[in-house]
Design a protein around this ligand. Structure first.
Ligand code: MRU
Length: 358
């Protein structure tokens, strides 16, 4: 992996037999890596949002399985396969919505099944985790090209795009999903400005997306979410470009809360809507977005900002952190296997059954 794969930002590093995670809770003020040596601590890091973003969660969990295998084999070199399941479950229970987590754990389980019962599995499992990590980097690059080509082909209106949450190097192994398309389109001179939603309550847009774009001198305006309709009406926005945490068989998309709002607004304003995600985000086992488990997090995330209370004591809070955008509001889903315009079940099935559409 080279620094240019992530444009200098590396959220996840395997170094000296340990996992290092860039603590995203304290960005952009501090750039600090935390070190992990157990699967339980890795699961806690995912739960606590030290690392976040669907592909990044999957990659992190894969390295967590390597740490679990080391622990289980050291404890009992004949029974490690029996005991590792407990740690895979702990990792799986960390967050419910991003299917990349379960996909990565499944890849690791398949590799575990191939290992001898009494040989140290760490090296082989590490190879698998690195393969998952590197394939995400490659997928980001391919999606960046596909997405930029689509924007170029449709460039009849504005040269600005809007994005939501953080879908960049911090959320993936590489350049990012939606932010990878934005980076690529900017590098090719196809777009020249990005509007980034602040993304309450975790402020992934304000803290992370604005930080990533500014590091690369990509012009970005940060906006509160309530400004989205006004921006679409008054600025030269051609596309809303977002990532995904889970895409179902009919093309419905779960992503950060507020994404659905943007899709409705985009339709009203004649702005196109693009979802960018690797195929590891597609869950063909679920028929529609209604089947996706939507994570709800604590009231503390809404009633306080950086420890400062902003709401009355005891106020009731509802804090779903993802929503589902119906397929019929989506112009195109971009994956590394190909692009799906106006997604529906038949087109999603075709995408998943082919090795490559392009
Ligand atoms: O709660 P988060 O920060 O993990 O949510 C992240 C998102 O919703 C991203 O848009 C999604 O994971 C795609 S990231 C490539």
């Amino acid at each position: 992996m080279s620094a240019s794969d992530q444009n200098g930002v590396e959220a996840i590093i395997w170094r000296e037999d340990r996992l290092e995670l860039l603590d995203q809770r304290i960005l952009p003020e501090q750039e600090n890596y935390l070190i992990y040596e157990t699967a339980e601590d890795v699961a806690q890091a995912i739960r606590d949002m030290v690392v976040r973003g669907a592909p990044a969660i999957g990659i992190t969990a894969a390295y967590g399985v390597v740490l679990a295998a080391r622990h289980c084999f050291a404890r009992d070199s004949f029974m490690w396969k029996e005991s590792i399941g407990k740690y895979i479950k702990i990792l799986a229970d960390s967050r419910p919505t991003a299917v990349n987590l379960f996909w990565a754990l499944e890849q690791m389980e398949k590799r575990i099944a191939l290992q001898a019962d009494d040989l140290n599995p760490e090296k082989k499992l590490l190879e698998e985790a690195v393969r998952i990590h590197e394939s995400d980097i490659a997928a980001n690059k391919t999606m960046g090209e596909f997405g930029a080509d689509i924007i170029a082909a449709s460039q009849d209106s504005g040269r600005s795009v809007m994005t939501h949450c953080n879908t960049g190097a911090l959320a993936t192994g590489g350049l990012g999903t939606a932010l990878g398309v934005i980076r690529t389109a900017f590098d090719k001179g196809i777009i020249d400005h990005v509007f980034a939603d602040e993304t309450r309550p975790w402020f992934q847009g304000a803290r992370l997306t604005a930080w990533e774009l500014m590091r690369e001198n990509i012009p970005v305006s940060l906006n509160v979410e309530g400004a989205a309709a006004h921006i679409m009406k008054t600025q030269d926005i051609s596309w809303v470009i977002v990532g995904a945490d889970r895409i179902t068989a009919n093309g419905d998309v779960a992503n950060k809360i507020g994404t659905y709002n943007l899709a409705v607004l985009a339709l009203h304003h004649g702005v196109r809507f693009m979802v960018v995600a690797p195929v590891s985000t597609i869950d063909m086992s679920l028929e529609t977005g209604e089947d996706i488990p939507i994570e709800e997090r604590g009231a503390d995330e809404v009633v306080a900002v950086k420890g400062q209370q902003i709401a009355p004591d005891g106020v009731e809070v509802f804090n779903p952190v993802f929503d589902v955008t119906p397929a019929d509001l989506i112009d195109v889903i971009v994956t590394e296997k190909g692009v799906v315009e106006r997604p529906d079940r038949d087109k999603m099935e075709l995408l998943m059954s082919n090795d490559h559409l392009h």
